[in-house]
Design a protein around this ligand. Structure first.
Ligand code: GLA
Length: 390
């Protein structure tokens, strides 16, 4: 009996250590970085990626916490005679590129699909999972976005929805195991657009993050549809495993500054990965300020790792709250209407006594003690983003 207990204790220690090595330790906070897709699409190449790495440092983004430089779809070339994946002519030497990115104190991410083809119809990993994971590790890759895409062709041929689900589930497990077997810590990002309630099983297939929705675009309507649809998903996220409402569009030009503030605030409350999706090499100082606001990033990266949730929606005014490690709360008061509206915030309903201390995170201004109800005029599609304590 005692021996059995001892064996069980040792086994559980090993499994928790290995879960930590693969999960929490790897993405203890929501990953921060840059991804090529939103701005560059298929135009991403070696020179563009180097320029992003340099700009991430010179703009101060690295010092603000951004780490990953992630190459999305369209880097893939043909396989060689032994089946090894090669880069196409846009990426002459992936290992040299990884060395360059690492020399800047940053990490390099890459993209593939469990299907035969990726979304952009480049070579996928089907049947080559272990080989691809080994190639990534040899190149020095630190992050993989694994996009279902091509596998949907195979899934459509499955006899039942359950069989199709199992096909997808097994495909994600296969790459998880392949990545783990390399011994290199590689963040594992699942991308299957939030189907089949991925937040319920994402951690069990080794996902450090999983997309919860379809693709974002650089329009307020799409960003808001995605961001505000995340209510109720908070209990599925935590250190090592995060909901991912897709990459940022900040700085791409399709939204107003006010709307980009809403985008950043909502993503911070959602403990979402902060993956900039603009061209860092040409961004304006205003975009740098949006992406590097220390108070907003501190909310996103809060040590407790507890995702926030919606606490009220009255017409176009929504209040979202995220509990933070120091006992304070991040409070986002959002106006989804295109014109300015006066909102009345009742902090008692948010669990505070009648007066609270608040800091306006976008103004960088301590508001001191504010009494409840707090009346504030919110700009159209805008936000008042506060850190509130008793
Ligand atoms: C899908 C993903 C996007 C991007 C493209 C690349 O649409 O959801 O984020 O990776 O594929 O082809």
């Amino acid at each position: 009996m005692r021996l059995a207990c001892f064996v069980l204790a040792v086994l559980s220690l090993f499994s928790s250590l290995s879960a930590r090595a693969q999960g929490n330790d790897l993405a203890a906070r929501p990953p921060m970085g840059w991804n090529s897709w939103n701005h560059f699409h298929d135009k991403v190449d070696d020179a563009a990626v180097r320029a992003q790495a340099e700009a991430m440092v010179s703009s101060g983004m690295r010092d603000a916490g951004y780490t990953y430089i992630n190459i999305d779809d369209t880097w893939e070339g043909e396989r060689d005679a032994k089946g090894n994946i090669q880069t196409n002519s846009k990426f002459p030497d992936m290992k040299a590129l990884a060395d360059f990115v690492h020399s800047k104190g940053l990490k390099l991410g890459i993209y593939s699909s469990p299907g035969a083809k990726t979304c952009a119809k480049f070579e996928g990993s089907l049947g080559h999972e272990l080989q691809d994971a080994q190639t990534y590790a040899a190149w020095g890759i630190d992050y993989l976005k694994y996009d279902l895409c091509g596998l949907r062709v195979e899934m459509r041929a499955a006899p039942t929805p359950e069989a199709a689900h199992k096909m997808m589930f097994d495909a994600y497990i296969k790459m998880r195991d392949a990545l783990r077997s390399t011994g290199r810590p590689i963040v594992y990002s699942l991308c299957q657009y939030g189907n089949d309630a991925v937040w319920e099983w994402g951690p069990s297939v080794g996902g450090n993050l999983w997309r919860t929705t379809g693709d974002i675009t650089d329009k307020y309507a799409k960003m808001a549809e995605i961001g505000f649809s995340q209510a109720g998903l908070d209990r599925f996220a935590g250190p090592g495993h995060w909901n991912d409402p897709d990459m940022l569009e900040v700085g791409n030009g399709g939204m107003t500054t006010e709307e980009y503030r809403t985008h950043m605030s909502l993503w911070a409350i959602l403990a979402a990965p902060l993956l900039a999706g603009n061209d860092l090499a040409t961004m304006t100082p205003e975009t740098v300020a949006l992406l590097t606001n220390r108070d907003v990033i501190a909310v996103d990266q809060d040590a407790m790792g507890k995702q926030g949730d919606r606490v009220s929606a009255e017409g176009p005014i929504e209040v979202w709250v995220r509990p933070l490690a120091d006992g304070s709360k991040a409070v986002g008061i959002f106006n989804r209407h295109p014109s300015a509206i006066m909102a009345h915030v009742d902090f008692q309903k948010l669990g505070f006594a009648h007066a609270v201390k608040a800091k306006d995170l976008w103004q960088g201004k301590d508001l001191g003690n504010i009494s409840t109800p707090y009346n504030v005029t919110l700009p159209g599609h805008g936000v008042l983003f506060l850190r509130v304590s008793q």
